[in-house]
Design a protein. Sequence first.
Length: 418
Amino acid sequence: MHNMPINRLSHKPRRPFNGVKRHPMAQTQQPGDDMTDSITPRSKLPNVGTTIFTVIGQLAAEHRAINLSQGAPNFPCAPELIEHTHQAMRDGHNQYSPMAGLYALREAVAGKVATLYGHHYDPEHEVTITASASEGLFASITALVHPGDEVIVFEPCFDSYAPMIELQGAKVVSFKLAPPTFAIPWDEVAARITPRTRMILLNSPHNPSGAVLGDEDIAALKRLTAGTDIVLLSDEVYEHVVFDGALHHSMSRYPELAERAVVVASFGKTFHITGWRVGYCLAPAALMEEIRKVHQFAMFAADTPMQYGLARIMQTPSHYLGLADFYQQKRDLLVDCLAGSRLTLLPSAGSFFMLASYEKISDQSDSDFVQTLIREHQVATIPVSAFYSDGTDHRLIRLSFAKDDATLRAGAESLCRL
Ligand code: GLN
């Protein structure tokens, strides 16, 4: 069977509008014209299709594949979180929360960060609850990046980063990281820093590779940014999912970095509630003031009852302190179950993900291979080329182990038959 390239599976605009405005009363329907096709906007993101997670999710559902693709748990959250949230609804907390977030939740976040990373963020001015970590990233980039600015990103990276930057009229300056270590080439980065460099986007633990930043990365960041006005936007949604006893190098741990950092985090990843869309941002007051200007008009505020529920469950730190062990067992289970397969597994030091090379099995492109796996073997994964803007293909697939053990075993069983 012929497989379509993944990027061709997505919706693309059919006809450019080219910015030509029509008078609203002008007759626009021509003989044979389809009315629904009469206005096609000039795209702000002409090279963007539907995100890979939606494309693969749909294909997986169509073929009833075991889903190891999206970084979304298929197991329930703590019942008391549901109970606390339901109670907040029953108590009538169903209207807008404060714009910056429920104060009790901001305090709980500030307390956690102070205990774990030693930095004291002021809940009044330096902590904002956002409607997902994605909104936190979007509000931060929109608030702080101007047209013509340069933003450094490291690929492979989450597929939303570059479009968010391009929407500001800014330039993406990307560095390609390569398997198996995905180490950042700091000397090359230093050579590309210019007066227009406004921001460096970081993500540790890293999606998709599972790599984490180390001491030498922190030292390089301090060296490169000292005396500049570069902002560090640090996507730390997997902060509690670092394996083998390693330290999570939050930007908030290092005063020289924290003073220029926006840390973005996710309750969804931490409490198995990715559908609730609640995250948070931490930043020095001057940066946060600008971020809130965008947040207030994009979302105004995050969901109220969820914030009540989260403020209650945050009082029990074992929920997030136990997360590394919880996911390490899942990583190890998947590694064990794949021991007999012909995949070559790359090490995962954190996150929900592990990469695997299929070189011994097939010479297909990663997009084709992923489609073959879904259609013929009923197991869904993500092609790593989707995380490179130019589709660089290292013949790697990403496996998500944020799944219950039965799903991990069943998925591995299919992959072992290859
Ligand atoms: N962050 C998750 C992943 O990488 C899900 C993202 C999404 O579906 N938007 O799989």
